[in-house]
Ligand binder design. Structure first.
Ligand code: PLP
Length: 386
């Protein structure tokens, strides 16, 4: 008897429904394809999602964070404390505005910035902190903002992965200072590319609008001035239309991801992943932090596996399963080493950077897929353990 092998299972896959595709066609034919009414509608819906706070959209999450830093007037001479376990964009934007990134170690359980280490790294030059909610899991928001208030620091939340995550009963974005989201293709909801910033005041939102389009201020029919130069960071109506279609399904997406995460914990137990030395993510609903399950990430015992993480990824690929690495520790990249960062300085982050592996998780997956991933991962590790 022959069986057809299952189709390749990627670690994530965007899902744009037919109604959204039709709506994008309508916008394309409408005669207005850059920023316009769709962007305004998208921003209004996002603002409602975040408790009525001012929201503006941008061309991507990186641009969003750069504008946030500029809004907070962060620049040369300023230090910004962040985590090395993030997409390198978080550190790059700090460098882009001329400030200095200060990396601190992560909590080995949550894999998020360690708030004790953050507090210990504050100097007279520290102006802001940029926490990242890895895989959608927030940090202790009460403690984060207690520290920020005490030391008069701005908080620029890299919530790129945390749409619909919560701190107690509040959505991330509905509380806090400047909160940046990404709608890149791999995120829980997408514009294909896009981002948005939640702000405190209409004045901040007005300045953000200027910073995203060359700093231009218009008046009357023909008046134009530039009071500070800005970038070219606006979202198009085409992208906003995709975002509106995705936003309508946000609740459903978050629920489905939580179900699949639960299935992962069950299958991990069935296949004895922890007995093989594989660390699972923090369990569902720990303390007040509620994740949106942007990713389900395990930590491999990389140093005990012949060929390390890459060998596990190859065996998974041979079994038709994609896996991702989110992320290698940023401070060990050549550029950041050139700023003085060294191996051994942030041990938890370095161990996580070497061993972390993102398993497939997206709403269209089945429980059988989850079962197959855990079985294949257990087999791969068993065959490589030395
Ligand atoms: C995706 C992501 C970004 C950047 O978003 P883009 O839209 O790709 O520019 C920044 N930080 C984190 C943690 C991300 O996951």
């Amino acid at each position: 008897m022959t069986t057809t092998p299952p189709a390749f299972l990627p670690f994530t896959r965007p899902e744009i429904d037919a109604a959204t595709i039709a709506e994008v066609s309508r916008v394309l034919a409408s005669g207005w394809i850059t920023s316009g009414p769709q962007v305004q509608a998208f921003e209004a819906q996002l603002s409602a999602l975040f408790g009525g706070r001012p929201v503006r959209s941008f061309s991507n999450g990186t641009a969003t964070m750069e504008v946030a830093l500029r809004l907070a007037d962060i620049g040369p001479g300023d230090e910004v404390i962040t985590t090395p376990i993030t997409w390198v964009a978080t550190a790059n934007v700090i460098v882009a505005v001329g400030a200095t990134p200060v990396f601190v170690d992560v909590d080995p359980r949550t894999r998020n910035i360690d708030l004790d280490a953050l507090e210990a790294a504050i100097t007279p030059r520290t102006r802001a902190v940029m926490p990242v909610y890895l895989a959608g899991l927030p940090v202790d928001m009460d403690r984060l903002y207690r520290i920020a208030r005490q030391h008069k620091l701005r908080v620029i939340e890299d919530a790129a992965q945390a749409i619909d995550s919560r701190w107690n009963d509040q959505r991330i974005g509905a509380l806090g200072d400047l909160v940046s989201f990404s709608f890149q293709a791999n995120k829980n909801i997408t514009c294909s590319e896009g981002g948005c910033l939640v702000m405190n005041t209409p004045a901040e939102a007005e300045r953000a609008e200027r910073l995203r389009l060359q700093g231009v201020v218009r008046s009357g029919l023909d008046g134009m001035d530039v009071v500070e130069p800005g970038g070219k960071f606006n979202l198009s109506d085409i992208h906003a239309t995709i975002g509106l279609g995705q936003l309508a399904r946000l609740g459903e997406v978050t629920r489905r991801r939580a179900e699949l995460a639960q299935a992962y914990f069950e299958a991990a137990a069935t296949h004895g992943l922890e007995a093989l030395g594989i660390e699972l993510p923090p369990a569902i609903n720990t303390s007040g932090a509620i994740t949106n399950w942007h990713m389900f990430q395990v930590l491999l015992p990389a140093e005990r596996l012949a060929g390390g993480r890459a060998a596990v990824m190859q065996l998974l690929r041979d079994a038709g399963i994609g896996a991702g690495v989110h992320y290698p520790a940023v401070h060990l990249f050549t550029f950041y080493r050139s700023m003085g960062w060294r191996e051994g300085s942030l041990p938890h982050a370095e161990r996580i950077g070497r061993g972390i592996l993102t398993l497939p998780l997206f709403p269209a997956m089945s429980r059988d897929d989850v079962e197959r991933v855990c079985r294949s991962l257990a087999n791969a590790c068993r065959s490589l353990l030395t």
